[in-house]
Design a binder for this molecule. Structure first.
Ligand SMILES: *Cc1c(COP(=O)(O)O)cnc(C)c1O
Length: 386
C-alpha cells in the first residue's frame, strides 16, 4: 500500500476519500434537471464519514442544502462553517427551539405543540422560523396525514413567527421497481401538494425522493432530491446498482500490534472458540473491537486483507481488539514477505492491492444493511481524510 496516513495515537482508523464524495455528489447532481435542488443527508456524522468535512466536499460539488437528524448535528455543521440551509428531518424537544433558531436550523414540523413553541420563540427573537411540513403518506413514521394537512396548516398559519419553506414525504419502498405501495405514497403526496396549493397555502420546496427514489423515480424529483447513502458510494439496493456507478468513500484500517506462532491446539480469544489446527499458523492481533463498531457477531465470520491477500478473523472479537490467522503453509498468496509482521496494515473495509472488502460484504455477514455498517464505525476511531 502506498503512503499510508494514520493518526498519531492509535493504530486503527477510518479513512475517508473526499474525492469519492465529490465524485458521487456530481454523479447525482447530473441526474437532476437544472433548477432541481440537491439536499445531502449528513446525519449520523455523515453516515460515519465525518459531517463537516463531507458537507464541505459536497457543497463544492453542487450540494444546495443539508439534512440532519438532531439539533446537535445541525449545530456541529454551523460551528464547522457550513452556511447552506439545514433541515432537521424531524421535530426535537420544544426546549430546543431557541437553539434551532439561533443556528438557523429548520425543523420538520408535524405537531401543533412544536409549531407553536417554535413560532413563539421566533417572534421573541425577532425572527421568522422557517420549517418544512412533513406528510405521512404511508410509512407511518412522522408527518401529518394527507387528509389532515390543510386543517393543520389552517391551525398554524396565522402565526407570524412561522414560514413554510418546504413540504415533503418519505418513501418506504423507493428501491422496489413498480411497487404498488410506492405509487400510492407518490399519489398521496402529489394530491396533498395540489390540495394545499389550491387552498392558497405556500408549500415551499416540494421533495420526496431519497437515493433509490432519485435513481429509479426521476418523475418524482419535484423541487429537490434528498440524497444520502449514494453520496458515500454505497448502493441502497440491488435495483439501483445497474443505474449509477459510485465510488465507496470509507475504508477501515489498522496495523498489526503483535504476531505469534502458537503450538497446535492452543486457543484464541475469549472462550477459546478457535484452536490452532496445524503447525505454522500465525496469529496476529489488531487493535479494533466491538467498541469501535466492529460487530461481535462477525466473530469467526469475517476476512481482513493483509499485504494484498485475505486472511480469516479467528476467535471472538473483543471490545478493543481482534485476532486473525495466517496460514504460513500456503503463503504463496502473501506478498512481499510471505508472513505477517507487527506494523503491517490490515484492511477491514476497503481495497488493498487486488483485494477488496466492501461494506456490503460485511453487511451480508452481519445480516444487516451497508448503512448500519458504516454508521457503526463512527464513534471511537479517528477519521483520516485523503
Ligand atoms: C436518511 C434520509 C434520507 C436519505 O436516505 P438515503 O436512503 O440514504 O438516500 C432522505 N430522507 C429522509 C427523511 C431521511 O431520513
Amino acid at each position: 500500500m502506498s503512503a499510508i496516513k494514520y493518526p498519531k495515537n492509535r493504530w486503527a482508523w477510518v479513512e475517508i476519500d473526499l474525492n469519492a464524495i465529490r465524485k458521487n455528489t456530481r454523479a447525482f447532481k447530473s441526474l437532476l434537471a437544472r433548477g432541481t435542488k440537491m439536499m445531502c443527508a449528513v446525519k449520523a456524522d455523515a453516515y460515519g464519514h465525518g459531517a463537516v468535512e463531507c458537507a464541505k466536499a459536497m457543497a463544492s460539488a453542487g450540494a444546495d442544502q443539508f439534512a440532519v437528524a438532531t439539533v446537535d448535528e445541525g449545530v456541529e455543521l454551523r460551528e464547522g462553517g457550513v452556511t447552506q440551509p439545514i433541515l432537521m428531518l424531524n421535530e426535537s424537544p420544544v426546549e430546543s427551539v431557541a437553539t434551532l433558531l439561533e443556528h438557523d436550523i429548520m425543523p420538520s414540523i408535524y405537531t401543533t405543540d412544536f409549531a407553536f413553541a417554535y413560532g413563539e420563540q421566533a417572534v421573541a427573537m425577532g425572527k421568522v422560523g422557517k420549517y418544512h411540513l412533513a406528510i405521512d403518506t404511508g410509512m407511518t413514521r412522522i408527518g401529518v396525514l394527507p387528509e389532515e394537512a390543510i386543517e393543520f396548516r389552517h391551525s398554524i398559519d396565522f402565526h407570524r413567527g412561522l414560514e413554510c419553506a418546504g413540504t415533503f414525504t418519505h418513501f418506504a419502498t423507493a428501491d422496489v421497481i413498480g411497487d404498488w405501495d410506492f405509487k400510492q405514497q407518490a399519489r398521496r403526496f402529489e394530491d396533498t401538494i395540489v390540495a394545499l396549493r389550491q387552498a392558497g397555502f405556500e408549500c415551499g420546496l416540494a421533495h420526496c425522493d431519497n437515493t433509490p427514489g432519485t435513481v429509479l423515480h426521476p418523475e418524482f424529483h419535484y423541487d429537490m432530491c434528498r440524497l444520502g447513502i449514494g453520496l458515500y458510494g454505497l448502493q441502497p439496493a440491488d435495483t439501483t446498482a445497474p443505474r449509477i456507478s459510485l465510488a465507496p468513500a470509507m475504508s477501515v484500517r489498522a496495523r498489526v500490534t503483535r504476531v505469534v506462532n502458537p503450538a497446535v491446539g492452543e486457543g484464541v480469544g475469549y472462550g477459546l472458540t478457535y484452536r490452532v489446527p496445524k503447525p505454522n499458523i500465525q496469529i496476529a492481533t489488531v487493535p479494533i473491537g466491538y467498541a469501535d463498531g466492529l460487530a461481535r457477531v462477525l466473530s469467526n465470520n469475517m476476512d481482513v486483507i493483509v499485504n494484498g491477500a485475505r486472511a480469516r478473523q479467528v476467535g471472538r472479537i473483543c471490545m478493543d481488539q481482534f485476532m486473525f490467522a495466517v496460514d504460513v503453509n500456503s503463503v504463496r498468496a502473501y506478498r512481499p514477505a510471505g508472513r505477517v509482521e507487527r506494523g503491517d496494515v490490515v484492511t477491514l473495509i476497503g481495497r488493498d492491492g487486488e483485494e477488496e472488502i466492501t461494506a456490503d460484504e460485511m453487511a451480508a455477514r452481519r445480516d444487516t444493511i451497508n448503512y448500519e455498517v458504516v454508521c457503526n464505525f463512527s464513534q471511537r476511531l479517528d477519521r483520516v481524510f485523503v
